[in-house]
Design a protein around this ligand. Structure first.
Ligand code: GLC
Ligand code: CA
Length: 540
């Protein structure tokens, strides 16, 4: 077994984690101050969102120098210290690798802008106009066209994300080699691996409007593996919006020498209208959610590895999204945690999830920071949508929800900063903060801590088979895990109703391994499950 198969990864979004010098922006020294928290939780690795030099058009996902630390976050010495101090606690640092695109302020792009004959020109994707306009109608993920016109050379360049994030041309072998050299620079520092941003985009064929899963995608990943991390005991996780159970093994079958695992989003799209954008809302249906998890638990095969997550820096807080962030905040947080962490795969905890942080609705676009949100607002306004309707989508799905600073204490600004925070905190600081969670043995924090420990102690969680039970029940999410002669049953009431429920063939009295209420024994023949009541138990 590889170390990352029973590992739990904690994601740090550095701007919002801990500010150490009062400028209102989280930084590397702040993360070092808070390593105790992550160690106490029991996580094995930190996925660190980008800390590189960047003009911050997309909060660090637009990198202008891969081998320099953004001064807001500190220095390379701070980074070396973080890697070393984390290691002494048994925590590995997984760096965010953003190589589908750079910033337009990266020196390669600045060179490329000099003209068609510049040696760096071909590091990016340039096309001549067609009939006086863009080569085709490819759209940017952040609204508007994916082509930007460069007056000076009378050509367009491709940007799947913002126009300050020009796409790299992976057809160019020199560019690829420079990326591999950069990766080796980081590997030599002793990092724990890479989280690969939109990696399924790198084989794009823009002329055929192929963005994900291009024909050369896996050749590039194999080449990258051989040239860089293949020689290290690290984990690599590909952000793959375009993954399916069928193509998952292409990335993560060890024989193919590509990545450790994928990070796919099928469950995350279930509150969106099919074929429309992430902003076009509908109710999530639990039966569908169960089907999607069942599919990923059972259909990717033995030689493939998946990630498990509810949240990251791009998605809203799960409690506000599909749980209850008011009356049943604690119970629904524990229900989501137990349900996910007893499945097969590598779980990711997004900062603040372990204390049940919630979304932060805004009342005007001036309160937003995220480029995707702001571009969407302007686009929909032009298309004639009402402000109310647009804000409803933003409050449900906008990325700022997850990006607000962490509440460490009930002090001003939650102990995040002594200055003015770069983004306002959620107002529920007194009610939801780390200090309070640590002082309460029944808090969400200790449910997560216990789940991480269970994974370490019980191979069934890592290796067992998965069987969905009661697939059509509209409120109960239940599954069975089996390994050797052990069997575990996980039952969750994912609703706000009290639900009577019976498993007639199962034992009457069982002792819960973990539960979302403080209850220890359950009678499987006559369960009465309270709102979000969830438990796991061994059965015969
Ligand atoms: C990924 C990141 C997201 C970023 C985008 C472009 O989806 O998670 O935050 O905006 O890629 O780099
Ligand atoms: Ca700071």
């Amino acid at each position: 077994m590889k170390w990352w198969q029973n590992a739990v990864v904690y994601q740090v979004y550095p701007r919002s984690f801990q500010d150490s010098n009062g400028d209102g922006i989280g930084d590397i020294q702040g993360i070092i101050e808070r390593l105790d928290h992550i160690e106490k939780l029991g996580a094995d690795a930190i996925w660190l969102s980008p800390v590189y030099r960047s003009p911050n058009d997309d909060n660090g996902y637009d990198i202008s120098d891969y081998q320099a630390i953004h001064p807001d976050f500190g220095t390379m010495e701070d980074m070396d210290q973080l890697i070393a101090e984390a290691r002494t606690r048994g925590i590995r640092i997984v760096m965010d690798l953003v190589v589908n695109h750079t910033s337009d302020e990266h020196k390669w792009f600045q060179e490329a802008l000099k003209g068609k004959d510049d040696p760096y020109r071909d590091y990016y994707v340039w096309r001549d106009p067609v009939n006086g306009s863009a080569p085709n109608d490819l759209r940017s993920t952040f609204s508007g066209p994916a082509w930007e016109y460069d007056e000076q050379s009378s050509q367009y360049y491709l940007h799947i994300f913002s126009k300050k994030q020009p796409d790299l041309n992976w057809e160019n072998p020199k560019m690829r080699q420079e990326v591999y050299d950069m990766m080796n620079f980081w590997l030599d520092k002793g990092i724990g691996g890479f989280r690969m941003d939109v990696i399924d985009h790198i084989g794009k064929v823009p002329d055929e409007k192929i963005v994900v899963n291009g024909p050369k995608l896996h050749d590039y990943i194999q080449e990258m593996n051989a040239a860089t991390f293949g020689n290290y005991d690290v984990m690599t996780v590909g952000e793959t919006w375009g993954a399916t159970p069928e193509n998952a093994p292409l990335y993560s079958d060890p024989d193919r020498k590509e990545l450790s695992m994928i990070f796919q989003f099928e469950h995350i799209g279930l509150d969106e209208q099919p074929g429309k954008s992430k902003w076009d809302l509908r109710e999530m249906d639990l039966v569908e959610l169960k089907q999607v998890f069942n599919k990923w638990q059972t259909e990717i095969g033995e030689n493939s590895w998946n990630s498990l997550f509810w949240n990251n820096h791009d998605t809203p807080r799960i409690l506000s999204r599909w749980g209850n962030d008011q009356e049943y905040r604690v119970q629904s947080a524990k229900a989501f945690a137990i349900l996910l962490h007893l499945m097969k795969g590598t779980p990711y905890i997004y900062q603040g999830e372990e204390i049940g942080m919630v979304n932060t609705p805004i009342t005007a676009i001036s309160q937003a920071d995220d480029i995707e949100t702001i571009n969407f607002y302007n686009e929909r306004l032009e298309e004639g949508y009402s402000k109310e309707e647009i804000l409803r989508s933003i409050n449900a799905k906008g990325r700022d929800n997850a990006r607000r600073p962490i509440h460490w204490t009930n002090e001003k600004h939650g102990g995040f900063t002594t200055g003015e925070p770069w983004l306002a905190l959620n107002p529920r600081v007194e009610e939801i903060n780390v200090e309070k969670a640590l002082a309460d043995k029944e808090s969400i924090f200790y449910t997560y801590k216990r789940l991480i420990q269970l994974r370490k102690d019980n191979p069934i969680i890592v290796k067992g088979s998965f069987t969905l039970r009661f697939p059509d029940h509209p409120a109960i999410f239940a599954y069975k895990r089996e390994w050797e002669d052990e069997k575990w049953l996980v039952i969750a009431n994912m609703s706000e109703e009290t639900i009577p429920f019976a498993l007639t063939k199962e034992p009457k009295e069982i002792k819960a391994i973990i539960s979302s209420y403080e209850k220890e024994t359950y009678d499987l023949n006559q369960l009465v499950l309270r709102p979000y009541e969830t438990f796991a138990a061994k059965i015969k």
